[in-house]
Write a protein that binds this ligand. Structure first.
Ligand SMILES: *[C@@H]1O[C@H](CO)[C@@H](O)[C@H](O)[C@H]1NC(C)=O
Ligand SMILES: *[C@@H]1O[C@H](CO)[C@@H](O)[C@H](O)[C@H]1NC(C)=O
Length: 403
């Protein structure tokens, strides 16, 4: 299956999923209409959060990695007090910990030390509809972030860092960024709300897949389930693990993981299920193709037939697309190409041999030049070329002599 085929399949699945929803939940769909706009925002949030949090995390990681190269190990201090604190009462502050659990509805009041401070919070809070609930104030030596009338959807990572500006150039300050993950518990919303009943997740070979069912209460008991056949999925912490801030992670996806899955949360006798995740397994190549190109001859005479073969050895079931660039292209000579794939055994391993053969019949002057084969799979493409020369007419007499 090539990338186009994959896109078509994805579309079919999406349609199927949509159609299924229409059949399954007609009453719910109409009931939902009123809150649809609101929910749409929430959905935007829930999808965006995952991304933002990841981006944020990698940003911090980079900074963390950069630091040791600048500091001599012996000078390393125990980590300084976090620059991030939370107001718990008037004039009373508390250092934030890795995670915080607040009740939905409570006011969140965070302070970040520094002259110039930047904040990062769930993007849901940037929406027009929710903007009025969020306020950020800047003072001489700190900044304050307030969220009023919090909801379960505000669950996510909150972080801040200070930076220094000299002239017009700003750089991150010396302080370590402050961050915390805040759960806003709501007994009626055990999962951070999303609009979709289904979410399609592409699982690739050798790439971990995340089922982002984020809970609003870290104490909720969360399990993973398969819809057809209905069964509980074993979460052993090795093949599949659970992170209360992110969801379930399938570390080494296999075709058998594909299907419709959902998370279930249990808390004080309340049981809720998450969005359903439609997992599609995609055979994903481990690397770009490594083609080899070979012409049947290095030189030709006018009227000869010759061919150029492009060969790729790779993992079975991985589609390779070939395209050619050739000298006759400019004058519109149509390409004559044949492709085939075979399974071959090489050093005890089964490999797929993909071949594209470019035929030149009754060669002409325009066929002299460079033949390039572009081999492409889902990881990318590689181009290899070979040159085929027209034998000069002046050589002809020599041939006559020898013959
Ligand atoms: C927060 O909720 C209260 C009570 O529902 C309401 O009176 C108030 O206007 C809300 N504040 C904001 C900023 O939405
Ligand atoms: C390519 O051309 C050579 C020389 O004409 C010929 O022997 C060979 O069979 C051709 N290969 C294919 C795959 O047609």
């Amino acid at each position: 299956m090539n990338s186009k085929g994959l896109a078509v399949l994805s579309c079919c699945l999406l349609f199927f999923v949509w159609a299924e929803c229409q059949q399954e939940k007609p009453s719910k769909a109409t009931a939902k209409k009123v809150t649809k706009e609101l929910k749409a925002k929430e959905n935007k949030f829930s999808r965006a959060v995952g991304k933002k949090v990841q981006q944020g995390a990698s940003k911090f990681l980079k900074k963390g990695q950069a630091k040791p190269t600048m500091t001599i190990p012996s000078q390393k201090q125990p980590s300084p007090l976090s620059i991030l604190t939370r107001a718990v009462a008037k004039g009373q502050f508390q250092k934030v910990t890795d995670t915080l659990t607040l009740k939905a509805g409570e006011t969140l009041d965070l302070r970040c030390k520094g002259k110039s401070v930047k904040w990062k919070y769930p993007p849901y809070l940037e929406d027009d509809d929710t903007e009025y609930r969020l306020r950020v104030k800047y003072f001489q030596k700190h900044s304050q972030l307030i969220v009023v009338n919090t909801t379960a959807a505000d669950t996510g990572e909150y972080s801040c860092w200070s930076f220094q500006c000299y002239d017009s150039e700003c750089r991150d300050g010396e302080d370590k960024p402050g961050k915390t993950y805040i759960f806003f518990t709501d007994p009626l919303e055990l999962f951070v709300p999303t609009e979709n009943y289904y979410e399609v997740i592409q699982m690739r070979t050798n790439h971990p897949a995340l089922l982002p069912c984020q809970v609003t209460n870290p104490l909720a008991k969360v399990t993973l389930h398969r819809e057809f056949p209905p069964e509980k999925v074993v979460v052993d912490g090795i093949d599949i693990s659970y992170d209360v801030k992110r969801g379930f992670m399938i570390h080494r996806p296999r075709p058998s993981h594909a299907g419709s899955l959902f998370c279930m949360a249990n808390m004080n006798g309340v049981r809720q299920i998450s969005t359903k995740y439609m997992l599609i397994y995609v055979n994903y190549p481990s690397s770009v193709p490594k083609p080899v190109v070979r012409a049947s001859t290095a030189s030709f005479h006018i009227g000869d037939n010759f061919n150029v073969t492009c060969t790729v050895f790779g993992e079975p079931e991985i589609a390779v697309d070939f395209t050619w660039e050739y000298p006759g292209q400019q004058i519109g000579r149509p390409p004559y190409v044949r492709e085939h794939t075979d399974l071959v055994r090489q050093g005890g391993q089964v490999q797929q041999e993909s071949k594209s053969i470019f035929y030149i019949d009754e060669a002409r002057v325009v066929d002299d030049g460079l033949y390039s084969c572009i081999a492409e799979n889902l990881q990318g493409s590689t181009t290899v070329s070979t040159r085929v020369h027209l034998v000069q007419a002046t050589l002809a007499p020599r041939k006559a002599k020898s013959g």
